[in-house]
Design a protein around this ligand. Sequence first.
Ligand code: ATP
Length: 374
Amino acid sequence: MGQLYLNKVTKSFGDLDVIKGVTLDIQDGEFVVFVGPSGCGKSTLLRIIAGLDDATAGDIVIDGLKVNHLAPVHRGIAMVFQSYALYPHMSVFENIAFPLRVEKMPEAQIKEKVESVAQVLQLDQRLQQKPGMLSGGQRQRVAIGRAIVREPKIFLFDEPLSNLDAALRADMRIELTKLHHDLAATMIYVTHDQVEAMTMADRIVVLNGGYIAQTGKPLELYHKPQNMFVAGFIGNPKMNFLPATCKAVSDEGVTVHCLGRDVTIPVEPRKDLVGSSLTLGIRPEHTFIGKGELDFQITPTVVERLGVNTIVYSSTSGDDRFSALLPGAAPVVVDKPVTIGFNAADCHLFDANENALERRTALTEIDLDQLASQ
Ligand SMILES: Nc1ncnc2c1ncn2[C@@H]1O[C@H](COP(=O)(O)OP(=O)(O)OP(=O)(O)O)[C@@H](O)[C@H]1O
């Protein structure tokens, strides 16, 4: 079992409140990813779960047992860091065996366990080598092996792939997903990398300034962000935001005035919105060249050609930027005005408190589950 419950956890360093009340239930076997901007408290929360830092207030409960005062070694948790923290003078075998030797496990059993873990991680041909002879990816696998042999209830990963190059990261991402599937263990993973979060997580926890901004399945966060912070944080390039005013609400949704036109966005029709200032959100990948239910002319300032698609950036008012992600080699050039359009069903709408109005049209993971079962 590896069930974790955080109940109103806070953490302050002197006057600095870093974690401001986090309550979170993580199920046995779940792969949960913490994301959020630099300094939002991701690593601190992980260290509190591991027992490397104490919470200022609140409870950490593992499998029904409050562990606040248990030393890290007694929590049944293994942590894998960005820096592999391997012993350079020891062989791969000795590095993986290290926690078992500390536990004074019989030698024959250690050999059996290390060899079995090495096989899972495809390190069986490397057991006699020293870490210095290995690639970055292989070293990270040794660090993961050292975590696995302890058979922890919960694995904690603090940006384990951030020292690796792009190709190796992609390989390791797939390996870690497979490993999670094979071990069926609870894993909590901190990353800056959206692709890692979207592809590996059963559930993503978005942190902002010591609070949870939203938790949900990856596609739920993408299609139905609950607030502007999550809407802007999940997705790359980030969602565009445009000013709008609410003209009316009806069964069809909320009619707004935006880009000089009235358009009805299919979201929950909250009556209190009429007359108020709203923000309309549109993802760059939901725009196209030409006229749409909403459109406007932009003058590209930067055009990035990635082969599979083209990203166009333009400055709108002040520091605001509008970006469009267009398929293939789009016919756009810097300084040449182009009409960019998009449709109401793809838009998001946020109230004056930056909370999202619930969308009616988005394909959600619930829909996807239904599709998959047909
Ligand atoms: N031991 C400490 N003493 C004082 N302040 C600390 C300590 N550890 C972390 N902090 C502060 O707590 C805040 C959160 O840090 P934390 O490392 O948890 O953020 P993070 O979300 O993991 O950031 P990053 O993505 O940059 O790693 C930061 O402002 C940091 O300076």
